[in-house]
Design a protein around this ligand. Sequence first.
Ligand code: NAD
Ligand code: TYD
Length: 346
Amino acid sequence: MKTILVTGGAGFIGSNYVRQLLLAGEAKVVNYDALTYAGNLENLSGCENDERYRFVKGDIRDRDLVRQTLTSGGISEVVHFAAESHVDRSVEGPEAFVSTNILGTEILLEEARRAEVERFVMVSTDEVYGSLGDAGAFTERTPLAPNSPYAASKASADLLCRAFHHTFDFPVLVTRCSNNYGPFQFPEKLIPLMIANALEDKPLPVYGDGQNVRDWLHVSDHCRAVDMVRRAGVAGEVYNIGGCNELKNLDLVGLLLDILGKSRDLITFVPDRPGHDRRYAIDAGYIRAQLGWEPEVSFDQGLAATVQWYLDNQGWLQAVRSGRYRAYYEDMYGRGGRHDAGEGEG
Ligand code: NAD
Ligand code: TYD
């Protein structure tokens, strides 16, 4: 059974991916995550007891620990999710984005190459392409034109992957996905933030005129696509992933309020995000044709199920909002905790 290193496995998409891998039962998983504010091991509660799962608390910028982890665990593949991921935070402070997303990715690439890893999947984003007008969709040949510090840092990492393949023949595969939604998303992003505020009858802050368009994909469909690329993608290739599911922010927020049975009066227009990209849309024709990937979750069902998940998991939501989730690591992996495994590891 092969061992896959998943970076950022305690985050939103990474934790969904780790669960999917463990369910498939074909691989062992090492989850390497620094547990920043966005990393929450509660997202993986239950997995601690799975013999095929191991957690390493580590930063991708920590070259020694990255090297040690890559060489000591029989790891043959890497799926790289770890990143600073929130555009608004990148507007407030770009440095952490440059540091983790660019430098961290470069360290991971170098050490994975040194360790002769056989597959390296870079989870990039559609935001590297910049913003669209009213028509058209991003293809893999659309020139990169990132607009936010987040997008620029992801584009840099994405291009480093290209360079490692071109220069060293290192087997890197890149995915560029549109906006994800689903369980375990940190409530700073649009959908969980709006659900959380609506539940408390707080105003829902819509940026600008609310006419910005995003192309929404359920996280389980994204994770299946990433795994298809890992298993069957061609090294050096880029795969766009998207749901063909464009919505204006204002319409999406309205839908959420309808599902929750709350008044649209909660919607509050607030000043726009600086540099706010107007529209994203993905042409996922290449991954469909090459790997046979199709989204399985319809948006109506996926959105209703997501709202229900947040309703059923208000303890999770409150723990995240209050910061209590940060105690989970100590409880589980800290000194004397259930999974205390000493320095650096759990
Ligand atoms: P997230 O913020 O929920 O999770 C990021 C995870 O990375 C966290 O667990 C965090 O602790 C970890 N991390 C951050 N810095 C680290 C570091 N220096 N070392 C080790 N771990 C670190 O993000 P997400 O929404 O799950 O996104 C995961 C990946 O997918 C990111 O690379 C993001 O750019 C990409 N992506 C996200 C979306 C989306 O809609 N959320 C869409 C396309 C691509
Ligand atoms: P977000 O979830 O931050 O994803 P991204 O910026 O990476 O696409 O935001 C999705 C859209 O929702 C984006 O157009 C910005 C907008 N938005 C709001 O209008 N209000 C909010 O409070 C947030 C967080 C986002």
